[in-house]
Write a protein that binds this ligand. Structure first.
Ligand SMILES: [Ca+2]
Ligand SMILES: [Ca+2]
Ligand SMILES: [Ca+2]
Length: 855
């Protein structure tokens, strides 16, 4: 007889033990009935405390191995395992080949999921069957044909475990103990490059310094039974096989590697070639602890204050929640106990709301629900006053390209990329999404030096490229911030001639204008020296691209000299081809977007840096006029399809605001109304930004759209308990939520009788902690508890850059939202990018203005 599963015990809990035993003897003959892990309606294996996903998430080909695909385990509420698949390396890196799913079959009746995986490059298929058995699953690999010879000794079945989930814990391999290494220091060996399975498109993450070799990690341990964290019921996993199982540390090759459990597939065999039994422990009747979600920054006294409480679906909601004030004596005073409201189910959790709007006394508070107490937060008139300071004071300075950046005793980085930049070669597919077509679309020959580009700009994100598109976005935000709020905050010393930045040191100049100038300098340099804006500027080699550390060491900072040998230098130039490349393909989208950014920059810079402001408007008009002559061409670029002609609309608007020339308002009017009809939520912000500059006919007509827009935003509170637009793609949705709240600010400003200020606050409350999964503030160093681990260029230190706003929640399909705070390397959750931070500064100022407005 199989061991009784918990669920069955519940069914029979009113019967006597004897009756259970008698009944069970004939009822439970069928294996599947008593298996703990059963396939649910969402087509993954589930028991209380353990979920096993089998390719619910697939490798998408965009950034290759994102550590969010394959067979994955959600273990007591935390995703601890990923990448279960046939793989071609012991410890696959991001750009190693990933298998495509040819077929996925879910057999609910027999509790089995089967996937066929394919490596096109090797014409190699494998079939994996995952089936519920006892307290775990079996993972079985079948081959129709023996392994291709080239994959012998390479192809194996891997399952990856999150290092952060196993830090400070131990393992047993056939009874032999070991501790999981906090830092990688296991053994490796070097093999000739001829034996290497080539990475994506022939790129290489490894700089072999011309030696024709690569690194192969050796296992930490190997055996037939591996037990992970036997001491910890929440993390205990047992893996058994008749074949050898190895345990690797993937971090020897890449800091974002995981611990990997792996068995090589046998050579010259077909049929069933490997079987594992995997048993993640399930704590009986486990329930996830409720998460009380609220703004870590706190609340203005007059603001609506609604906490969202996230419950395990097996949890029984309590009737009430309370809020306590903390006195100067350290005493807790209960201010309010009120009924909670059931919102219902969203994704995998049940939600309650707790309204404490009536609590208005300034002070420190915490919320209590059952045994759960939150950390402390404020209620006060000034809670939003400083929330954008870390972003402008610290985050933006650290991102500044072509500058040395100092902060007190710390140098964030030296002056990088003085060797910018070479014309990218034609017909080239780059690994970060950049592409060159058959011509350069410039006067420069492939790999010829384009002068004047080693100035201004920001590192796009956790990587170091200059993306022109996000620069235009950021420039537009900075102009809007300056024109709307005039913040003259000065806490940064920025000296362009000596390329030196000093954080927390005023220099008599507003930082917003200095940052705006810095971004504009690079975009202007592009248009001046190339003739049009480019897609971006980025290192050519993959072994440079994954750079972690000081940006000034990603290249050698010496211009490339083909007369020298690689790694050879004459002190002024070098023979190493490491200078960044300029991807110069021209697109209408980028032209128009740049037209808009430069037209706007002219206004904010004209009293600050007149020559640069003059260049901005001159180049903006030049791009517009050239585009007018080319308008008949159909743009099939990704950006054009994605953004439609909103970029042209924004260009026309910004040129109109700057020049007051009617030709631009005419074009804006031609474009805006169809755009509003096509995609109201996406274009309302532009329409509202135009509002103060337009005539009464425009204003009256727009009102109808704002009424419709209100219906849309009111509908959001039926879609999720937060009442904001949640969006789940391969990247968290915080940018969209911030931009949504900004649109609501413009709507409130133009039509306060239709759109109230709460629609603006909601977006910021979400960013500050009233969001699924956890209640952490998504802005590092803002709020009582905020992101301490993000995907910045210092991510290998498990650290953050103050003021950075992360993308937020990633959805692991079908129902698992995630934002890890113990692992920085999931870019879709934790990578801070320039444009979101500029939007965040705008929204922060907007909320400050609104809460302090006298009604
Ligand atoms: Ca990038
Ligand atoms: Ca300053
Ligand atoms: Ca160089």
């Amino acid at each position: 007889m199989k061991k009784l599963c918990t669920a069955s015990v519940h069914i029979f809990k009113r019967l006597t033990i004897i009756l259970i035993l008698i009944v069970s003897d004939f009822l439970f003959i069928n294996d599947s009935f008593c298996q703990k892990l059963r396939i649910n309606d969402l087509e993954y294996f589930e028991t209380q405390g353990v979920n096993v996903f089998v390719f619910s998430n697939q490798y998408n080909g965009m950034f290759f191995d994102e550590k969010t695909a394959g067979i994955e385990i959600i273990h007591h509420g935390v995703r601890t395992a990923t990448g279960g698949a046939v793989r071609l390396q012991h410890t696959p890196e991001q750009w190693d080949l990933v298998p495509a799913v040819v077929e996925r079959k879910v057999d609910k009746e027999n509790n089995k999921i089967e996937v066929i995986l394919r490596y096109e490059e090797y014409d190699f298929n494998s079939r994996i069957e995952v089936a519920s058995k006892d307290d775990g699953v079996t993972l079985t690999v079948y081959l129709d044909k023996p392994l291709p010879e080239k994959l012998e000794g390479h192809a194996g079945f891997n399952l990856e475990f999150l290092p952060a989930s196993y830090f400070d814990k131990t393992y047993l391999v056939d009874g032999t103990p070991g501790a999981f290494p906090l830092y990688p220091s296991s053994n490796t060996t070097v093999e000739p490059i001829s034996k290497k399975i080539t990475q994506f498109a022939g790129h290489s993450t490894f700089d072999d310094r011309g030696r024709g070799e690569f690194i192969v990690p050796k296992p930490l341990a190997s055996g037939k039974t591996i037990v992970l964290a036997p001491e910890e019921p929440e993390r205990y996993v047992k893996i058994q096989s008749a074949d050898e199982i190895m345990l690797f540390d993937g971090r020897n090759l890449a800091q974002n590697g995981w611990y990997i459990v792996r068995s090589l597939l046998p050579i010259k065999r077909s049929g069933k070639v490997l079987e594992w039994y995997v048993e993640p422990n399930a704590i009986p009747d486990w329930k996830r602890i409720p998460v009380i979600q609220f703004s870590q920054v706190g609340y203005h006294p007059n603001q609506e204050k609604i906490s969202v409480i996230e419950l395990d679906k097996n949890d029984t909601p309590l009737k009430t929640a309370s809020i306590f004030q903390i006195t100067p004596e350290g005493k807790f005073i209960e201010k309010l106990t009120a009924d909670v409201t059931q919102w219902g189910k969203y994704l995998r959790y049940n939600y309650l709301t707790f309204d404490f709007t009536s609590v208005k006394d300034p002070g420190l508070y915490f919320i209590k629900y059952g045994d759960q107490k939150t950390n402390t937060f404020s209620i006060g008139a000034q809670v939003f006053k400083d929330i954008w300071h870390p972003t402008l004071d610290v985050w933006f300075p650290v991102q500044m390209d072509h500058m040395e950046v100092n902060e007190a005793y710390r140098v964030w980085h030296g002056v990088p990329y003085l060797d910018d930049a070479l014309q990218a070669p034609v017909n080239h597919q780059h690994f970060d999404g950049y592409r060159m077509g058959p011509t350069t679309e410039t006067k420069y020959k492939p790999l010829e030096r384009i002068p004047g580009l080693n100035v201004g700009g920001w590192f796009d994100a956790g990587d170091f490229d200059i993306q022109t598109g996000s620069h235009c976005n950021t420039i537009l935000s900075f102009v809007n911030i300056w024109e709307t709020f005039k913040p003259d905050r000065d806490e940064t010393y920025i000296d362009q001639p000596t390329r030196y930045v000093d954080i927390h040191r005023p220099d008599g100049k507003p930082d917003i204008l200095q940052q705006l100038e810095h971004g504009t300098l690079n975009v202007v340099a592009q248009v001046k020296n190339i003739g049009h804006p480019v897609r971006g500027i980025i290192v050519p080699n993959l072994h440079q691209y994954h750079h972690l550390g000081d940006a000034s060491t990603e290249t050698d900072n010496l211009p490339y000299n083909p007369n020298l040998k690689p790694y050879e230098s004459d002190g002024k130039s070098s023979g190493t081809m490491d200078d960044r490349w300029v991807f110069t393909g021209r697109s209408p989208w980028m032209d128009y977007f740049t037209t808009a950014a430069l037209a706007a920059a002219n206004r904010a810079l004209k009293d600050y840096n007149k020559p640069l402001a003059d260049d901005c408007i001159m180049l903006s008009k030049k791009l517009w006029d050239e585009r007018e002559n080319m308008r008949t061409t159909v743009d099939t670029s990704f950006e054009a399809r994605w953004f439609g002609n909103t970029a042209e609309m924004i260009a026309a608007l910004q040129l109109f605001i700057t020049t007051k020339d009617q030709q631009y308002s005419k074009r804006f009017n031609e474009l805006i109304w169809p755009a509003l009809d096509r995609a109201l939520a996406w274009t309302i912000s532009a329409a509202l930004q135009a509002y103060p500059h337009m005539d009464n006919e425009y204003k009256n007509k727009l009102k109808e759209y704002v009424i419709k827009y209100k219906e849309y935003i009111d509908g959001l509170s039926k879609e999720n308990p937060y009442g904001i637009p949640m969006m789940f793609r391969g990247w968290g949705g915080n940018t969209m939520i911030i931009n949504w709240a900004i649109a609501n600010y413009y709507a409130n400003k133009a039509f306060p009788e239709i759109i109230g200020p709460e629609y603006v606050y909601k977006g910021l409350n979400y960013i500050f902690g009233c969001h699924p999964y956890s209640n952490i503030s998504f802005v590092s160093s803002v709020g009582t508890v905020s992101k301490k681990i993000t995907y910045g260029n210092n991510r290998a230190d498990f650290s953050f850059i103050a003021g950075g706003v992360v993308p937020g929640l990633l959805l692991l399909k079908p129902d698992f939202p995630e934002n890890k705070e113990d692992w920085p390397f999931l870019w879709g959750e934790n990578e801070v990018v320039v444009d979101i931070c500029a939007s965040y500064i705008f929204l922060s100022n907007a909320v400050n203005e609104l809460v302090n407005k006298k009604n």
